[in-house]
Design a protein around this ligand. Sequence first.
Ligand SMILES: [Zn+2]
Ligand SMILES: [Zn+2]
Length: 696
Amino acid sequence: MSIVRIALDVPLPRLFDYLAPDATADDIGYRVSVPFGNSSKTGVIVDWTASSDQPVEKLKAATAILRDMPRLPADWLAMCEFCARYYQAPLGEVMALALPPMLRRGKLPRVMRAKKSEGAVPAVPKGDCPETDSKLRGVPKGDLLRGVSPAPPSDGLKTFSLPELLSAQHAAVGRIIATADFQTFLLHGVTGSGKTEVYLRSIAAVLAQGGQALMLVPEIALTPQLEGRVRARFPQARIVVANSSIGDATRARGFLEALNGQADIVLGTRLAIFIPLPCLRLIIVDEEHDASFKQQEGLRYSARDLAIWRAHQQGCPIVLGSATPSLETYHHARSGRYQLLELPQRAVAIAPPVVRTVDTRREKLQEGLSVALLAGLEQRLARGEQSLLFLNRRGYAPVLACPACGWISHCLRCAANLVVHLADKRLRCHHCGFEAVIPPACPDCGNIDVQPFGRGTQRLESTLAARLPQARILRIDRDSANTARKWQALLATIHAGEADILIGTQMLAKGHDFPLLTLVGVVGADAALFAADFRAPERLFAQLMQVGGRSGRAELPGEVLIQTEYPDHPLYQALIDHDYARFAQSQLDERKTAGFPPFTYQALLRAESPAMVAATDFLTQARAQALPLAGSAVALYDPVPMRMHRLMALERAQLLVESDSRPALQNFLAQWMPQLYSLKKPRTLRWHLDVDPLEF
Ligand SMILES: [Zn+2]
Ligand SMILES: [Zn+2]
């Protein structure tokens, strides 16, 4: 008997056996097409065996083993298996996500840029890096690293002139490139401290040795600017860029180039963690605290956490970089599990911004703006400098309300309000996309004086346009920058100095330097101080540090004005002192007392259904089923409606599972999962498990 065991993209936690008379153990890792139900599917061969648990006469025969693509290597299969195990997902679903859509469908991109234009490309034996035609190979390591010396090069080497490193950068690069084994580094440095330069030098060292480097960045930060900087530094290198906006064929080609060992650098967002790299020698995760590394739907994996596992698997160093590390990462760095590399100084000659709070309790605001902030804006306008107003709420106003009867604009499908978008005269739900025309009168009582309440970016824009008519105002949020092209155009406008005042959400905070920007105003941030989500202060601190870091230039330090009713709040005080460590320590102390991560490990079982009672019933049964398995190491809380308890006309509830021990939680989940699949449920109910959830 020759039987192949296949991972198929089916929502069942099992593999599928098929007969394949011509198969051997060497076929593990090939894609294969098989009949499935009334149609066919493409999967990946993960095992070859002589016998099946199922009666042989019931097995169908595989249609074809697709040997035209190199085998997916054993370490790639192992990573997918780990991901499936850790996040309790079917292996076939993990592989379906990990493969570019074209390869998943059993196809190949038509033209490979590589010289090998047709036929099978030989698979790379594990642990053996293929020779490639990269011009970087064979360059003596010393030459590539000469720039690492803090002293200017004494000889007249005709190489590209690298920026001089500060001693902390120099030390960081030295530690990273001296590490040949697995080690997790936290590179902690404020905006402008030169983290990117540390990454680039470390990558250079890896390329000089014939290795491959993987650099992960948050979704919004992967701009042509960063890509351009990497390409300019490594003009000879083959760079594969991977993000969700890249076309099908290009993505498949990049995947294959990396798999064949032809790519030197893979630069991408979270999906890039699944790109196979036979000679991987270094992983970098920039802005490691960014929430976009965790996928929030389907397979809820954390690319950062998988990256650490992958570095361990490969026996190579990984660098997590951030100005405001996640508290999990910072905790590990403090406890010695990770190596802490600090970049305390700005590399460029820019003083850190001066941060001040504006106490809005004692002042009647003018359309939400304080005298101090308005004066600051006028001053920058007069000097020809740029200002940025940070308001993390898009639209004109968060809600439309009737003062006569108390009606407010609820979304009928979600537990959320419809946001007023005055520019296109619409009410819009930011959660489900529902839209309606702004009603001319209150739908309940007929009062024609319905009013927008609160303030969003659009309202701030029109307020400022009225007050400062001479100012060129640019609003940057997901409405104005809803495509990559519009976003690039807006960035170009800012860089060309063709805007005076930028109004933006957190989109603007990430990864962009605006040399003309000298004032940042923060409006409406207080709500996050007291949010029910225990991670809200961590996110707010990171956002404000990031957005403040955008301001300032050599001759003129930036200024950050935070409008608040809580000027003495420790979070704002830590921002004023630029003291991440103090803020992080106070948050860690609070979390330790409260028993939150990183001191505990969590998983959420969520259920959604047209009726809340069905969702909570399901969770109650799931909990009863789990209790005998949980033992004393795992705590099971009561099922509760989620804070946003209705989304797209589905009621949502959740059940929190918690443990002090990650292995104990993992063991428990592994036993619970098969039982969950067997639990009776209404057809309309859906459930999923979120391991290490970021959002509650
Ligand atoms: Zn009314
Ligand atoms: Zn909605």
